[in-house]
Ligand binder design. Sequence first.
Ligand code: UD1
Ligand code: MG
Length: 452
Amino acid sequence: MTDRTSLTVVLAAGEGTRMRSSLPKVLHPVAGQPLLAHVLEAAPHGAGTSLAVVIGPDHTAVAAEARRLRPDAATFVQRERLGTAHALLAAREAIARGADDLLVAFGDTPLISAETFARMRAPLAKGAALTVLGFRAADPTGYGRLLMEGGKLVAIREQADASPEERKVTLCNAGVMAFDGRKALEVLDRIGNANSKGEYYLVDAVTIVRNMGLEAVVIETSEDEVRGINTKAQLAEAESVMQARLRKAAMDAGVTLIAPETIFLAADTKFGRDVTIEPFVFIGPGVSIADGAVIHSFSHIVQASIGKNASVGPYARLRPGTSLGDGSRIGNFVETKAATLEAGVKVNHLSYIGDAHVGANSNIGAGTITCNYDGFSKHKTTIGAGAFVGTNSSLVAPVKIGAGAYIGSGSVITKDVPDDAMAVERSPQTNRENGAVRYRELKTGKRVPKEG
Ligand code: UD1
Ligand code: MG
């Protein structure tokens, strides 16, 4: 905890051409959230903190996402891509306001944690002018190298400018930096572009700080935390690191994951106590699972809330807007969407329940379909408490089934059914005596069909 004020500037003006996608790079998802969201989540929050995001020209979607996640975020456009220091100075107006600490993060480095930001701020409180986040790279190629002398950081050398000796250094620049906010602009304004790429390199801040007689320090972290994403393969690697973290956090919080490596979670998944998740379950964004619920194998769940002691799957698909009451049961090959199922509702097999409200303890038989779409609009199905819908029924919305009503199997229900009524909609059955015998004889040629 610190009472120093902070400004975090996230550099997100990258073009992301190597992603080969029309989506801006920082909007690609990891664990169900855009890369940018992870960075904004980790950046300092709350009183005394402010946030700025530097985006590329025409990246209105990035600006909108930044504001959706952090309504306090200011956005700045970097019109030309002239390097990381140039990008940071696009937020000059925010920097000039003079927070105690200026943190710089990259929008394509989603695994960074809040603890690391806090660790980087600590030396500033003790008088350092700059903290650089370093890591030991398995393969340092392409990263800026941290050059140390007598245990002190003296410079960062970019790959293109490094000597063969310097290239052997494996301690690398993660990209995240923390500046004493009152000295930052003076440092940044001194950064030039006399390097092999002609870019304004943020890393030159180290030498400048030293030349000003101030101190630059290194904080180390693991390579996993600072993986930058430029390609779809790196996106997948980050997903894998993030999933490992989320699974561990879930298990640390008491969730039983029977085969954690087969279960996919979202960064915002919420769990109660004693939740069990069987192998091969996918959980997308916006899901909460209350105490004692069990998610059986091969279920796919997005934007849904699951009540206490509910049972879902195997092979269930809960789509956005699903709310399952306590003790409800969703069985195999059941799909729900924009549906509220109150406590104790059972939909055990092969059903589609969409745009619906189902009262407590109703039983929805196998193969029941809410026919919610007429090709033009969506319509609602309302089922009262304690109703029984026989198997293979089609409920043609808009339609209301009363509390305690009973629907005979195979009915196509197009009219409202009053409370406690029994609705049956199917043609009467006929039984022809020996009809099967006659049919077999016909098919085996033992009988000649009648003319006409
Ligand atoms: C940068 C660092 C390098 C470090 C590496 C870690 C510099 C000069 N180099 O190199 O020392 O080891 O990150 O991943 O800082 N950006 C802009 N505008 C620009 C240029 C970059 O917004 O004009 C943003 C990019 O979108 C990206 C970040 O800054 O989010 C880093 O830029 P990038 O080109 O990826 O730098 P690297 O070559 O990876
Ligand atoms: Mg990079």
